[in-house]
Ligand binder design. Structure first.
Ligand code: 9MR
Length: 557
């Protein structure tokens, strides 16, 4: 075949595969499988697959092919499978996954090139120069093998490079090569396949926290240096006993503002065994919330579930006494979580116009100078989309303030002002976005505070506009420095948004907005500053197209 006709064939094949799983189609039948609904929304819905049941079990294979338009190899593309000894590559498992995907019009996300787990001892024991060369060669061989395969569209280049506290994980990669291994890995992957989307992937990064902020800062700085990071993966291994990260969508949005694709890469929602119908219902809510968040964020490419049947899941082996984390049970029966994913992909039952019932009056406990717990009697939802959570507001006359959101009938409010009376009420939300009537108003008064610089204490706030675009900007970091001679246990930064500007997200501070005045109080973990010590927070704002103003009048107290 001539070069031209083979290129044309490849172009047509790429276009055909893309059309099969990405382009919006006309509306999907309500009973259609997950992938039909996902494709209709321009997203993927995927599963991590294991090679053994894929080759041995009809039910496994049939459900995988019918329901999903994306696949990640659960283990078959990891280093210990693909290059167990130096220079000896084995692609049998990886090829089996890629072939299955090709036969069934599924896209493949390669997982994973550079990770501290499932990497053979021979790599870990190399010196710096040999280790860098081995890493580059591994990436070049593994990515290169599938570079011309239209099914393989993206890679987890670096996996789990951070600790939960936001420090670099002191893996053998970091200890031997320093943080530069990350940029080197991305450059090698780009060289091996200029068209693949290259991702950094991690867990416990669903909410806005120290770890997700560290990744946010790294991705921002790598991209400024021209390092080819195209995408950020949020593993999303959740557990119903730990609560749903209510700032999940907001977190996806702040990454999207960096210009990267975001994706949910390893979703599962575990529970303490045994299962019960109430745990299944809570789990279904988590699945629905995750899918809805991805649907609401344009830059979110799709959702991969880490397996699909409870028959094959990493959870029971890792978390003793926990399990049932997936959307099919061990007998391949669909669970309420399947219905939740299905309905969220199908459009969140947009036919649901019935709001949830009105929640009970919030009552406060454990009130401190800057925090309080609220709980209330739960609502029910009969409209079909299911209860998604609650919004908690402060009653302030005409301009009530959203204090927080919760997926359960309680919340811990932080960042409150000392010696202040709060009148609060709650509204329930369902999966279609309907809001209930306001609950009756509850009231509490925070205790006298000892936080803040206090008399004689003093601090400064220095903002940096990190990125801006037509329609918005990110200010990060706002550096808060204790310029006094004694330690402080809290700080409050205020500033003014230009008219027409709206705050859309913030991190590392408890932020409230009144008119155009923004008040940012320290988070629970960054209020204490010794003399001369600094910390920082950040925020994102949308502004009218064409407007180039940024906030002014920063004060710190
Ligand atoms: O699900 C995978 C399990 O079969 C392996 O034994 C395990 C070994 O490290 O890795 C599991 O997958 C992990 C994924 O590759 C990266 N994020 C966390 C996943 C669950 O541990």
């Amino acid at each position: 075949m001539s070069v031209h006709s083979s290129l044309l064939l490849r172009a047509l094949t790429v276009a055909g595969v893309l059309a099969a799983f990405l382009l919006p189609t006309t509306s999907a039948d309500a009973s259609a499988p997950l992938r039909t609904h996902a494709a209709a929304r321009g997203k993927f819905i995927g599963a991590a697959l294991a090679t053994s049941p894929l080759s041995n079990e009809n039910s496994y294979r049939t459900i995988a092919a019918t329901e999903f338009n994306q696949v990640t190899a659960e283990n078959a593309m990891k280093w210990d499978s693909t290059e167990p000894s130096q220079g000896q590559f084995n692609f049998s498992g990886a090829d089996a996954i890629v072939n299955f995907a090709t036969q069934n019009d599924m896209q493949v996300h390669g997982h994973t090139l550079v990770w501290h787990n499932q990497t053979p001892g021979w790599v870990q024991n190399l010196g710096a120069s040999a280790m860098r060369t081995a890493m580059q060669n591994h990436i070049s061989q593994v990515v290169g093998r599938y570079a011309d395969n239209p099914a393989v569209v993206s890679w987890d280049v670096v996996n789990e490079a951070f600790e939960d506290n936001g420090n670099y994980r002191t893996s053998f990669w970091y200890n031997t090569l320093g943080q530069g291994y990350i940029a080197d890995a991305f450059r090698a992957a780009r060289a091996a396949d200029p068209d693949a989307r290259l991702c950094i992937n991690d867990y416990n990064t669903e909410g806005i926290n120290a770890k997700s902020t560290a990744i946010y800062n790294l991705v921002s700085s790598l991209r400024q240096q021209g390092v080819p990071v195209d995408c950020v993966g949020f593993q999303t291994h959740l557990a119903i006993q730990y609560g749903f990260p209510n700032d999940f969508q907001q977190n996806l949005e702040r990454f999207a503002a960096l210009g990267v694709q975001v994706r949910i890469t390893e979703l599962d929602v575990r529970m303490q065994m045994p299962r019960s119908s109430s745990k299944d219902a809570t789990q279904a809510t988590y699945y629905r919330n995750v899918v809805n968040a991805c649907m609401a964020v344009t830059a979110c490419a799709g959702v991969t579930i880490w397996g699909f049947t409870d028959k094959y899941s990493w959870v029971p082996d890792t978390f003793s006494g926990q399990g049932a984390a997936l959307i099919y049970d061990e007998n391949y029966q669909q669970k309420p979580s399947y219905t939740a994913v299905h309905d969220a992909l199908a459009g969140g039952s947009s036919s649901d116009t019935t709001p949830p019932s009105t929640p009970g009056t919030p009552s406060a406990s454990n009130v401190t100078s800057n925090s309080a717990q609220l709980s209330w009697t739960a609502s029910t939802d009969t409209g079909g989309s299911g209860l998604a959570g609650y919004n908690v507001y402060r009653e302030q006359g005409s301009n009530d303030q959203l204090l927080g959101q919760s997926s359960t009938n309680s919340i811990t409010l932080t960042g409150l002002s000392a010696s202040t009376q709060y009148q609060v009420y709650v509204r329930a939300r369902d999966g279609a976005g309907n809001l209930s009537s306001n609950s009756s108003t509850g009231s509490f008064t925070t205790t006298e505070g000892d936080g803040g610089p206090g008399p004689g204490g003093t601090c400064t706030a220095t903002p940096t506009v990190q990125t801006q675009w037509n329609g918005g900007y990110v200010v990060q970091p706002v550096t808060v420095t204790n310029t006094g001679s004694s330690g402080i246990t809290g700080w409050t930064v205020t500033f003014t948004l230009p008219s027409g500007h709206t705050l859309v997200g913030s991190w590392n501070a408890a932020v409230t907005v009144s008119g155009q005045t923004v008040t940012a109080k320290n988070a629970a973990y960054n209020g204490t500053l010794a003399p001369n010590a600094s910390t920082s927070f950040g925020f994102q704002v949308s502004r009218p197209n064409g407007n180039t103003q940024t906030p002014s009048g920063y004060t710190c107290a």
